[in-house]
Every structure is written in structure tokens, then in C-alpha cells.
Design a protein around this ligand. Structure first.
Ligand code: BGC
Length: 399
């Protein structure tokens, strides 16, 4: 147990975007372990509503600018974290890693995404997969689509979407801006394959290729199957249409699994999941992690939070509730629901690629530019304009 010096209050403000529904259930499970491990400390919930951090990131930026950071904040591993490191806003945690032996409990390839110049800046809580289609089995069956058959590629999937459309049900539920970027990224992955997809970001190469044009065309076609109110919905509202049988499919990260389960739905009975057709063999990766900001007012308590996040108990409690797999290497599959066992197998065997919509692939600024372009596309449907803007964005947001 970590106590606090008398100068520090026992509060620890933990800033996340896990503010409601199944995400809050996940956070609550982690807080329960924190309370057990550190009974003298007081968790203060600093969450800001809005999927994928869509509102939280702006709030965090204002707080940072006002020198009023939370004690610890959620951040995606990869390029998003790199932004905060470059800005000098987060502290090096190398000493904590050494002291607690954490370098041995997290996989090396994950630690690389948290490390710059030998310093390591956050503690990972979980790993999510983004390239997943979630489906309501009943809606599929009623349309004559076999829920056990996973479409091999986008063209085959379009056939199923047409069959569903003919029954009058929304084929593909979608939400606003970032959820559309999420859909686009999975289509890019399906069309380009893991190597060319990754090169778009790490080499900023290939945006003007025919494959990217083809993917934008596929994306445009997918939008024709979506709900009319998409611009107003966050991920959970869009997914709810699938849970309620008002829509057949939703493309979303595997936090969706927790939302189904929270509402008593059974995997392979009420709902099913499969890789976005064409992206089989790739694990579109993202990880949440927690930092120690420069200027954290309750550093000792914040470090205690980080210790709970890293602990085997914390990871088990959080990830079983959250739909993710643990960031720690050990995972007792028997502790986890069926879907997460499948995700873990994919994480172990498939090619790992970085998620665009969830901070692994690009800086916050580049992602913001892409999100604006995709949002506009929702009204203009101008394929050439989207492609030109994406090409320009890759140059503008160079290193
Ligand atoms: C986060 C997940 C979260 C999802 C929806 C992702 O960016 O990594 O933890 O559940 O957004 O809010």
C-alpha cells in the first residue's frame, strides 16, 4: 500500500472518457481493485463523456494549457502519447518500471509504443481490437444470412448487406465523425493489407494509390447502407441499434462486446463478431494507458493508481469487464468471456497494425484533419475531394 505525505491530500483525479455504460462498468471494476489495494486513497472520477476521447482530448488540452492537469490521464499508446511526450507534459516512469519489474510483465512491442529515447511514459491497462464487425444474429437469420458464415471479403459482405436492406432493416449502424474514421480505417486495412495500410502512417506513403481510391469507393458504398441519424450518434447509440435488432451490423472496436454483455446478450447466440471482411489475419491494435502528468498535484496517489493499473488483479478485473485483453502478457483464458479468448488468439497470431481512429497510428493533429475530411464527406460524398484531402494531410502532417 502506498501512503501519502501530509502535504498531499489523499485524492487522485483519474481523467478518462469512460464516463457511461459498459465503459464505466470497466472503470468501476478497476476502481474496486484500487480501493482494495489502497484503502487510504480516494479515487476522484474526472471522466469526460464522448467515445474515443472525442471530447476529453480538448478538455485535457485546455487543462494542460491552464497548468491544471488531472493527477493521471488516459491516453492511447503510440503516436497520441508521443504528442504529450514531445510537449513535455508527461513524466518519465522508468524508475517505477524498474522498481516494480514491469518491463517483464508487458510485451516488448507494447513497451516500444510507450518509450521514447529510452524513457517510458505510461502504464498500459488493456489492448483492444478495432477491425471487428458486430452482428445481431436474429436480424441476419431473418434476412437469410447465415450468422455462422463470415464473409471472406468486402464484395461478399456487400451481398449480405443488400439482402438485409431488402428486409427493410438498417444494414449497417454507424455513428458520427470518429466512428466513421473507424469504419474507413478498417476498409483501408481490408483493401490494402497490413503492410500497405501501415505504410500510410509510418512512411506516409501510398495515399495517392489506386488501392486507397478503391477503399474510399468501398467506404462510400458502405455509407449507403447506414442509418439516417448517424451524424448524431456516439458509438454506443449506433451499437444499440444492433443490440435492439433495428440494425444488422456495426463496425466497432471490441469494447462493443462489453456493451452486449452488459445488456445480458450472449455471444454466438444473440450476437456474433467477425473481422471486417478482407482484414482477416490482421489485429488492428490500440491500447489505453495512464500517465503521470507534469504538475500532477497528487503524485504519490497517482503512482498508486498506476500500480493498480499494472497489477494482475487490476488488469483481470478491468479487462474482463471492458471487452479488451490484458496488456500484461499473462492471461488465463478461462477467466475471460468467449469473444476475448478469440481476440487474444488473434493478438497472438495475427499481424498487428496500428489503429488510426484510436491514436496508435498518427498524431492528434493529423487524426483531427482526417476526421474533419471524413465528416465533410458524409455530406458531400465527394470521393475525389476526400482522396485529395487525405493525400495533402499526409504531407502536411509530416514529421
Ligand atoms: C478507447 C476505448 C474506448 C473506446 C470508445 C477507444 O479509443 O481506447 O477504451 O472504449 O474508445 O470510447
Amino acid at each position: 500500500m502506498i501512503g501519502c505525505s501530509s502535504k498531499e491530500s489523499n485524492d487522485v483525479e483519474v481523467f478518462t472518457w469512460w464516463a457511461s455504460g459498459s465503459e464505466k462498468s470497466g472503470l468501476d471494476a478497476l476502481v474496486k481493485v484500487f480501493d482494495e489495494q489502497h484503502p487510504s486513497l480516494n479515487f476522484v472520477n474526472g471522466s469526460v463523456l464522448g467515445g474515443a476521447g472525442s471530447n476529453a482530448r480538448d478538455v485535457l488540452a485546455s487543462r494542460m494549457a491552464a497548468h491544471n492537469p488531472p493527477d493521471t490521464f488516459q491516453v492511447h499508446a503510440g503516436m497520441e502519447l508521443a504528442d504529450y511526450i514531445k510537449a513535455g507534459q508527461v513524466q518519465d516512469l522508468a524508475a517505477m518500471y524498474t522498481e516494480n519489474g514491469w518491463r517483464d510483465v508487458f510485451p516488448a512491442r507494447l513497451l516500444e509504443l510507450l518509450t521514447v529515447d529510452g524513457k517510458i511514459y505510461s502504464v498500459p491497462s488493456n489492448v483492444h481490437r478495432a477491425n471487428v464487425v458486430w452482428a445481431n444474429t436474429d436480424v441476419l437469420t431473418r434476412a437469410g444470412v447465415d450468422p455462422k458464415h463470415q464473409p471472406a471479403n468486402l464484395d461478399e459482405w456487400f451481398g449480405d448487406l443488400d439482402r438485409i436492406k431488402a428486409t427493410g432493416v438498417t444494414p449497417l449502424a454507424m455513428g458520427k465523425d470518429w466512428t466513421q474514421v473507424h469504419l474507413l480505417e478498417t476498409v483501408l486495412l481490408a483493401r490494402l493489407g497490413p503492410a500497405a495500410y501501415t505504410a500510410l502512417f509510418d512512411k506516409r506513403e501510398g495515399w495517392d494509390s489506386p488501392q486507397v481510391s478503391g477503399a474510399i469507393g468501398d467506404f462510400a458504398r458502405l455509407l449507403t447502407y447506414t442509418n439516417a441519424d448517424s451524424q448524431f450518434l456516439d458509438w454506443s447509440d449506433a451499437l444499440q441499434q444492433v443490440i435492439d435488432g433495428k440494425a444488422a451490423y456495426n463496425v466497432m472496436g471490441d469494447w462493443a462486446d462489453a456493451a452486449f454483455r452488459d445488456q445480458g446478450k450472449k455471444f454466438d447466440v444473440d450476437y456474433t463478431a467477425f473481422p471486417v471482411p478482407g482484414s482477416q489475419g490482421s489485429f488492428d491494435f490500440l491500447a489505453d494507458s495512464f500517465t503521470l502528468p507534469v504538475g500532477s498535484k497528487h503524485e504519490t496517489a497517482a503512482k498508486a493508481w498506476l500500480t493498480t493499473v499494472a497489477s494482475a488483479e487490476g488488469q483481470r478485473a478491468f479487462n474482463t469487464a471492458k471487452g479488451s485483453i490484458p496488456a500484461r502478457t499473462e492471461m488465463d483464458a478461462g477467466d475471460y468471456p468467449k469473444y476475448q479468448q478469440i481476440a487474444h488468439e488473434s493478438y497472438t497470431n495475427d499481424v498487428i497494425v496500428p489503429s488510426l481512429a484510436h491514436g496508435a497510428a498518427t498524431s492528434v493533429r493529423w487524426l483531427a484533419d482526417i476526421t474533419t475530411a471524413v465528416r465533410e464527406f458524409g455530406t458531400t460524398h465527394d470521393v475525389d475531394k476526400l482522396r485529395t484531402t487525405l493525400v495533402a494531410g499526409a504531407t502536411k502532417n509530416g514529421p
